[in-house]
Design a protein around this ligand. Structure first.
Ligand SMILES: NC(=O)CC[C@H](N)C(=O)O
Length: 303
């Protein structure tokens, strides 16, 4: 079966799941998204991208942006980040506060919100405009200069951001932020508010599948740094569901509460899915099923 036919089959297969789960409701701009939508794209490292369904519809990428921010900090700083952020799965929800107190302000990994705040903090020190640096990377790698932030989502994130503000203040109290809390939160909220399509996202992730090489052939990451980011995605990219994703999909994946998933097939390509209804752990329900079917049918997993 061709990849295009497989993608179309998957879109039909997941259709009944689109009524299950719930769209994120913590901000109005996400709460009003129509749940019956599904898109999926596959970008191979050496051929044309293919997609199905709503693969060209922009959505809020939310925490998927955390992979790109992490890549920029690893590119700039190498191993230094790991004295301020762990790299173990958290086994708790993405916005949990409790672990932080036990672990004295050192977040368990860079993909839970606390860890991503530390990554943004470091990117502010390295790049000045951290959200702008992530946006620039996404535009360059996707080849789409129209990729942008949704100002309504950014404002809503800030207006409903008490939990993230609590995480940031708590870490600041342990001396784990270099920049003012408000500056870090602003960069974090704007990065969560990036809007992209499955097509943009799959292309933008290709530097990971190319073991660190950017679209123009220049290195962003070394091969070993790319491997390490894949490892952190596999173990932490979907929060307390990382075990289930590894079991069912067998690829490094990063999720966002906008319903997107980015999955890397190292050396082969990138899959992006979007289905806004989430399971109770905040990951796209139909997206997980779609990735499961794709890797099961093709046999393309890292295992
Ligand atoms: N998992 C996510 O996508 C969470 C992002 C969301 N904006 C938050 O900070 O809570």
């Amino acid at each position: 079966m061709s990849i295009q036919a497989l993608l179309d089959t998957i879109a039909q297969h997941v259709d009944p799941l689109l009524d299950q789960g719930r769209v994120a409701s913590y901000i109005p701009a996400l709460a009003r998204v129509e749940p019956r939508q599904f898109g999926m794209a596959f970008a191979p490292i050496d051929g044309p991208i293919e997609g199905t369904g709503a693969w060209r519809t922009p959505f809020s990428i939310q925490s998927i942006s955390k992979v790109f921010a992490l890549a920029l900090v690893v590119a700039g700083d190498g191993e230094r980040l790991w004295s301020r952020v762990g790299r173990e799965p958290s086994g708790s929800p993405f916005n949990s506060l409790v672990q932080l107190e036990h672990e004295r302000g050192i977040p368990r990994n860079p993909f839970i919100n606390a860890g991503a705040l530390v990554v943004m903090d470091r990117l502010l020190s390295l790049a000045g405009d951290a959200a702008g640096a992530v946006l620039e990377l996404l535009r360059a790698e996707s080849g789409n200069p129209a990729v942008d932030m949704d100002p309504e989502v950014a404002a809503s994130e800030a207006a409903h951001g008490s939990r993230n503000a609590a995480l940031a203040h708590f870490m600041a109290s342990f001396g784990n932020l270099e920049n003012p809390v408000e500056t870090v939160l602003d960069a974090y909220f704007r990065t969560c508010a990036l809007r992209m399509t499955c097509e943009d996202l799959a292309r933008a992730g290709l530097f990971l599948a190319r073991h660190g090489l950017r679209a123009d052939g220049s290195p962003l990451l070394t091969r070993s740094e790319a491997k390490r980011i894949h490892a952190v995605m596999l173990t932490c990219g979907t929060y307390d569901a990382a075990g289930d994703f590894a079991y069912r999909v067998g690829l490094p994946v990063k999720s966002g509460v906008g319903g997107g998933l980015l999955a890397v097939l190292p050396g082969r390509g990138v899959l992006a899915t979007w289905a806004p209804a989430l399971d109770p752990r905040g990951n796209s329900l139909a997206g997980l099923e779609a990735l499961d079917v794709f890797t099961t049918r093709t046999g393309w997993s890292i295992f």
